[in-house]
Ligand binder design. Structure first.
Ligand code: NAD
Ligand code: ZN
Length: 249
């Protein structure tokens, strides 16, 4: 077993309260491109032109027909991978509590995690800009964009656009979970989008051990995190959880 995996196993087995923070990287093996880098959505769509709330409000039809249509095709067909399943397996063993995710793809819930905080909302849900009613994205008429509510209002995705605040309840719960954990597993995030990237810092300040799983080092590596297990989320989680399962038996 790699030294980093052995260390991570030791931390997990001795922790009373473990939480996870995940980012786009955990869903890469599910075929969802990450935020930055080659193949990313932002190579095609400038975020300030397409993913800023003001851009959406100014021309919802354009954003629905481009960015949202493309994301819908990718996200609706995605299935969880070994990274998501690994976190759910840890929960079953009693070794994982809250999963704070920056992803909007709903894959943690599909994999079986039961306590998920969606820091940036969920793409599968829409809400009406006029009356606030919520509907699943599959329930609205996709032929006529932007989709409209019975009240005449335009539907928006229930995710956090640039220029918007994190839903206060998600932020409060995440800060609390981060402050109260002994171990935080940070999987597949570049730790550059705030305030999500601050959660490991809160945990560290309260004495928690921070374990990162990522093919690349991040700004947390060597400063906030004690261990970086380098590799793909699915492969590393499989190795890690299998080791934990065999020691727990
Ligand atoms: P990011 O795109 O900034 O960084 C991705 C990170 O994942 C990088 O550190 C990269 O090294 C790592 N990575 C790449 N492949 C990996 C793999 N196979 N296993 C593990 N790690 C891997 O992502 P971020 O930090 O989450 O910030 C991006 C923002 O964009 C988030 O706030 C999120 O809301 C949004 N986003 C969500 C999705 C999704 O829902 N799946 C996809 C793209 C972007
Ligand atoms: Zn309405």
């Amino acid at each position: 077993m790699r030294e980093e995996i052995a260390k991570a196993v030791e931390y997990l087995l001795s922790s009373r309260r473990t939480v996870a923070l995940t980012g786009a990287g955990i869903s890469v093996e599910s075929g969802i491109p990450p935020f930055r880098g080659p193949g990313s959505l932002w190579e095609k769509f400038d975020p300030m032109e397409y993913a800023h709330i003001n851009a959406f409000l100014k021309d919802p039809e354009k954003i629905w027909k481009t960015l949202i249509a493309e994301m819908r095709d990718v996200l609706m067909n995605a299935a969880p991978n070994a990274g998501h399943f690994g976190l759910a397996r840890l929960e079953k063993l009693g070794l994982m509590g809250t999963v704070i995710t920056q992803n909007i793809d709903g894959l943690h819930q599909k994999a079986g995690s039961t306590d998920v905080i969606e820091f940036h909302g969920n793409f599968a849900w829409l809400s009406c800009l006029e009356c606030g009613i919520r509907k699943e994205i599959g329930q609205v008429n996709a032929a006529d964009l932007p989709p409209r509510c019975d009240c005449g209002g335009i539907f928006r995705p229930d995710c956090v656009f640039f220029g918007e605040l994190i839903p206060p309840e998600a932020l409060d719960r995440s800060q609390q979970a981060s402050a109260q954990c002994d171990v935080m597993l940070v999987v597949g995030t570049s730790a550059t989008v705030q305030p999500a990237a601050y959660m490991p810092v809160i945990a560290r300040q309260r004495g928690a051990a921070i374990i990162e799983i990522n093919p690349e080092p991040t700004p947390l590596t060597g400063t906030t995190s004690q261990v970086l297990v380098q590799g793909k989320a699915g492969e590393v989680m499989n190795e890690l959880v299998s080791a934990v399962e065999s020691l727990k038996k």
